[in-house]
Design a protein around this ligand. Structure first.
Ligand SMILES: C[S@@+](CC[C@H](N)C(=O)[O-])C[C@H]1O[C@@H](n2cnc3c(N)ncnc32)[C@H](O)[C@@H]1O
Length: 236
């Protein structure tokens, strides 16, 4: 991810190396529900739709991004539901969640005057502001067996990223790095996140092989997922 240094503004974040790296993980099993948070041109969402996901929802705050994605999906004969919302606000739970959030460290005075360019790049003072918000919201949008892939960068504060990883683990989640690529000075990585280790979800003897009833954790119980939440078009 780099800042535009010419007078040409990006109305919608173009497909770049970070977009392509994340899209490699847009491989739902047939019938799964997929969410891309902060979709831009929606490469990951379109890739998931091609893989016959049951449903693909893609969010952004930039209306031009959603409109570009809608047109692309229509022209490719793919089913993607673009939703204008802040991250995943109002949406239910998904099997696969993907996000390449804005992550460039950006002080107050360094913000791009173009609102949409800034929205695509500005990760707050240490680059981790949006990543941290996504991690806070993620438990409400992941199904119990769901998996999320999140793009992170060496441009972000390493110590804050380490705190975010350990915070996820402290709440019972699992996180591992599943891809790492160098682009010039920058190293891009993809984190794979899930809500609980297989060990915690292992069937308890005497329950006929059924997994134990969900215990309330700081992620909340898996029961009643999404109740009272606004539904995206066609989101169950
Ligand atoms: C770095 S771009 C990535 C775009 C696309 N996912 C890709 O990989 O090419 C980040 C995207 O997140 C969107 N975004 C930033 N903050 C957001 C928010 N609070 N809610 C929804 N979308 C947001 C931006 O408009 C932008 O399209």
């Amino acid at each position: 991810m780099t800042r535009t240094r010419t007078a040409t503004r990006i109305e919608v974040y173009p497909v770049r190396e970070d977009s392509r790296l994340l899209a490699r993980f847009a491989r739902p099993r047939p019938g799964q529900r997929v969410l891309e948070i902060g979709c831009g041109r929606g490469l990951a969402a379109l890739t998931a739709a091609r893989a016959r996901a049951r449903q693909v929802v893609a969010t952004d705050l930039n209306p031009a991004a959603l409109s570009a994605l809608r047109h692309r999906a229509l022209s490719d004969g793919l089913s993607v539901a673009p939703v204008r919302t802040d991250l995943a606000r109002g949406l239910r739970r998904f099997d696969l969640v993907l996000s390449n959030p804005p992550y460039l460290p950006t002080g107050r005075n360094a913000r791009d005057p173009d609102r949409w360019e800034n929205l695509a790049l500005d990760g707050g003072p240490d680059g981790c502001a949006v990543t941290a918000r996504i991690l806070r919201a993620l438990p409400s949008h992941l199904r119990p067996d769901g998996v999320a892939y999140l793009l992170v960068s060496s441009e972000q504060s390493a110590s804050h990223l380490a705190r975010l990883r350990s915070g996820w683990r402290r709440r019972g989640g699992v996180v591992r790095t599943v891809a790492r690529e160098r682009w010039g000075e920058e190293v891009l990585s993809v984190w794979q996140l899930s809500r609980a280790s297989r060990r915690t979800r292992r069937a308890t003897p005497g329950t006929g092989g059924r997994p134990p009833a969900p215990r309330p954790t700081r992620f909340g119980s898996s029961r009643g997922a999404g109740s009272g939440r606004r539904n995206a078009p066609g989101v169950a």
